[in-house]
Design a protein around this ligand. Sequence first.
Ligand code: 6R9
Length: 673
Amino acid sequence: MPAEKSIYDPNPAISQNAYISSFEEYQKFYQESLDNPAEFWSRVAKQFHWETPADPEKFLKYNFNISKGPISIKWMEGASTNLCYNLLDRNVRNGLGDQIAYYWEGNHPDDYSRGLTYRKLLEEVCRFANVLKDHGIRKGDRVSIYMPMILELPIAMLACARIGAVHSIVFAGFSPDSLAERMFDCKAKLLITADGAWRGEKPLYLKEMGHSVKKCIVVSHLKRVTPCPLDHVEEEIPWTDDRDYWWHEEMEDKEPACYPEWMDAEDPLFMLYTSGSTGKPKGVLHTTAGYLLYAATTFKIVFDYKPGDIYWCTADVGWITGHTYVVYGPLANGATSVIFEGTPFFPGNDRYWSVIDKYKVTQFYTAPTAIRALMKFGEGPVLKHNLSGLKVLGSVGEPINPEAWLWYYKYIGKEQCSIVDTFWQTETGGHVITPLPGATPMKPGSASSPFFGVKPTLLDECGIEIKGEGEGYLVFSQPWPGNDAPLYNNHETFRGHLLLQVPQASTALARVSHEVWTAFHCDFKRARRDADGYLWITGRVDDMLNVSGHLMSTAEVESVLTEHPRVAESAVVSRPHPVKGECLYCFITPNENEVFDQKLISDLKKMVRERIGPFAMPDVIQNAPGLPKTRSGKIMRRVLRKIAVNDRNVGDTSTLADEQIVEQLFANRPVEA
Ligand code: 6R9
């Protein structure tokens, strides 16, 4: 039986205590959230502090109809608040001062584990806010952050939020050039960074940027200020006097109190450049009030977070997942989280499981790419640790293939946990399509149902809404509070831009009623709704292929390929074909210690034929010791499409985690290809 036919009911023990304990209850709230969004979200807003309360009449104002003016969404216009105040001061006032906000687990298991309480976090944030003020940073100024996963990172973010500065985080895995480009684009006044980071065996030096930085505050992390049980790096790092300042020296004499800047509901909170798997990075801007409501609510409901739970999201704070689900969402709920500096493979392949065991993690949130990488080592490393505290397992970043889903469910969750396959994007602020732990019967590989306030609509090639079962373009026809502000530096061309980027979608979009809006800017998605109303994200528009008139998604084929016990990962792209129009070109990464041979190739062809149909028979199956992935773990498919046609003109690959893999894949092309 194909995996997608099976349904897994939530564990009754989870449903019993869950905020949303049945699918009927979810449906009731969901309907309310669509019928009266202002009323629904104003109830949510009550738990937070508003320096100026919202006018109920103006709780939500939006226009999705371009014939009536520019597209705009305004939540709680006229209200004012401060995110940092709501995340820290409010929780301390409510008695959570002594509760741990973050446990820090260093790259090396023998490094100090540090814990920061809400009270201490508030003090550190205030001190650093005073540092920023002393360096002339004011409300509306942009501050770039380029840091490893250390506690100074959320401290820096929240200090910006406290004084109304807009943070723009650049993932520390990016090159100094990528950092410079992003700093220039957002006109950053100051950079906060560290001397370096630890990744497994080796230190990575971060502070090598020269030009473009006007002022720089540097955390001494490789070279520890506090005594460290490990060998630490003594090397001197490049330094420019009167431009560079040590974090610890700046913090020394600062007051642990700082009055928050009251921000308008639609004032910018942060900017973030999207992962760049599509081309030039684009700055996405999130604003204050709506983002708070949405980050807080999705965190609480989707992870079913209860006081006493220990939550761990493995995403780097440099990505949107880290922004919303390492920092803003958890702290808005007074949660206790783990922040981890290292990798899943150091010092052993059981590191994730050992950290879950060490902190007694109850909610764990990671990416399919990590799950697939860890599956390769089998159950052995998992069995060494006690994972019985787990309740909810999350997945994000890519479609999770049923094979990986089942492994996660069975071996990590021991068939007792709910799996939440959360579909969302930088632009959506938080989860938009996701199961809820106690409520949604799970289908492996399906992101299931829309979150409160989110109204997904499927459109066919002619722009007509597909009601019920079907596959089409995924758009959203109502705003939710997490919506980003229209593209930074790009707003007027918002819709035109989409048409340009996705020519295939232009017919559909031209006919789309002006009331329909899409959150997807340049990363337009397709999805399928099955007979039970479940949504399956089938991929980006250009991840679809049409073989002799049969439309299919690459994800569909990939999930069949990865079911093979000898296959760790796969990526399928379309290649032009003189007869069939397009054909399938598949890249296969075999499991550790497995060889890639003719038998594997014929097995895989057979599986695809049987499971999908003869029309889906791959034309080429190539050995791929690794896949070209961005640093956030997303496969860069445009590079694979170039390899499939042997075109060396692959374009910019600087955002790849390992650029060498591209050359290797060219070299590995089978002769018959
Ligand atoms: C949160 C995040 C967004 C893109 C998105 C889609 C892919 C994320 C997914 C998923 C299928 C899921 N994606 N979660 N695809 N199922 N559960 O990753 O944001 O970095 O902006 O990437 O990630 O392709 O369009 P971002």
